[in-house]
Ligand binder design. Sequence first.
Ligand SMILES: Nc1ncnc2c1ncn2[C@@H]1O[C@H](COP(=O)(O)OP(=O)(O)OP(=O)(O)O)[C@@H](O)[C@H]1O
Ligand SMILES: [Mg+2]
Length: 583
Amino acid sequence: MGWQSKLGRKVRGGLGVFDPLFFSINYLRNKRWVLLTVLSASIIATLSRLLIPIFIGDAVSSIQNLQYSAVEYDAILIFLASSISGGVQFIVNYGSQYISQTYSYNLRKSVFAHLVRKKFGFYEGQTSGDLLSRSTMDIEASRNFVLNTASQLIPTLFMIAFAFVLLFTINMDFAAIFTVAVPILIFIGIVFQRKQRTHWRRIRTYYGQMNEQLQENIVANRVIRGFSAEHSEQAKFTGTTGSYFDEYMTVARLRGKYNNLMPLVVSAAATGILFYGGYISIISASDVGPLVAAVNIFSMMSFPVSFLGRLIVFSENARAGISRIETVLDGHDDEDLELGDSERLKGDLEFSGVNFSRGDLQILKSVTFVIRKGEFVGLTGRTAAGKSSLINLIPRFYDPDSGKITIGGTDLKTVSLESLRKAVALVPQEITLLSGSIKENIAFGGHDTSMDRVRWASHIARISDFIESLPGGYDTMVGERGITLSGGQRQRVAIARALMTNPEILILDDATSSVDPETELEIFNNIRREAAETTVLIVTHRESALKFSDRVLKLDYGVLTAGEYSSGPDSPYGQSYEASGGE
Ligand SMILES: Nc1ncnc2c1ncn2[C@@H]1O[C@H](COP(=O)(O)OP(=O)(O)OP(=O)(O)O)[C@@H](O)[C@H]1O
Ligand SMILES: [Mg+2]
């Protein structure tokens, strides 16, 4: 039983070598004709290359028999065969590049399409450096396999089979030597590739780590400067890149040995043939042409046979890469933006019995409240009380474990994410602006991207005066390619960006924390006046902002309680607190 299952595993393992081929076919569906052309061209190139030793052998025989015209004839044939194989080889090289690039082009697009749809939870389990290396190095590893198999697999198999037939027709003993030599050569190839395997794995890991460290140092360069951590960061990176170097050099040493050993074995076999064949030829005084042809055919086998060994490592790299890419391609943690009803959500926002946890931590405990349409509500609570977690449930960045969230009575789960996110605009606690002009940043998610609307949104967010004072105005570049905005300016640009979409519900997650309290109140007043229909929910620690709100919800580590300023005399729009889940 034991050996059978072991054998089964080996057979399956052997089949696994071609798994990347089956995977890649999915990305080459409409390229059948190119594949077929490359395949035919590679067979023609191989055939014509293999005919050369035959013609050389013939020429030698003709010289031996003093038939000069036959030598001329062979010389022309040799030239023709070389020309054909050279010319056709161009199609093979170009075509296989085309195939492999088409494969990686389609795969990259597909990986990107999944990445932009992944749920937030997916990114929490990954480092961005690792995701980057998946989208680059892993795709490249599998492309390499496609390139090599497309251009070489079939001609190699064909060449070995055809060489065997040729040798067989020349002399059965030569064919027998060939039959013994080829498996030995393939075996050597496999042993060497296996030795490289762990090193390739480490190379991949170190590459990911290098990416990670590079990225962190670029993004967090201010922190590093601030703490004078340049030396320790340099030392860390030197360590990783040094290990990467060492592993590559180990592979280079192994390859160097292998690349010498392979031709050595081939020439040993060719020498054997020469010894044996020479002896036979001399004692039987027979024609030496076939012997020359056989030795030549043997010498040509070094590359194809070593290719079969190399194929295993290409395949292994590709398989390791593909299995990492597949976790991105696996659609089960993708968001389906169109799934559900598409309707314009309008009306009151209601949470009923909402529980939400991450791992062992229960962040929200049976949260229940109603916010009437058009209300301006403050949400406060100690740091880590769960405020950001609560508001992230509204555009469904996450889903609650239990309970229901509705807008105008419609359960959020029944509408499509697309229409939900059209109705809800969230300005997060950490602002990200994109590289581009201020106008592009503000108009980013809007449907009406007219200049009037951009000016209107900027005016409400109290950023228009500043933008208009810039020499470039709204076309001024921000981010990596332009000016650096202050924290408060960034927050106001982000608020303008959110207002562009004309949302039903506007959520500001501490998004005025860097804006002075006076300007903050001006922004709130503008929103109240210009977007009176919009329901506003602000997360804040500031008393002045809470006083401005119609009502205040307070979170006490996951439990909702009424806030101290609710319906107080200081609130100009005071209403009674309606949270049924509160105290
Ligand atoms: N994605 C997550 N995975 C695991 N734990 C999380 C996640 N997001 C938040 N938490 C945890 O949930 C708790 C509440 O976090 P949250 O960000 O909601 O607090 P907050 O009230 O917004 O705090 P702050 O005022 O500091 O912004 C914290 O203990 C935090 O560590
Ligand atoms: Mg928060």
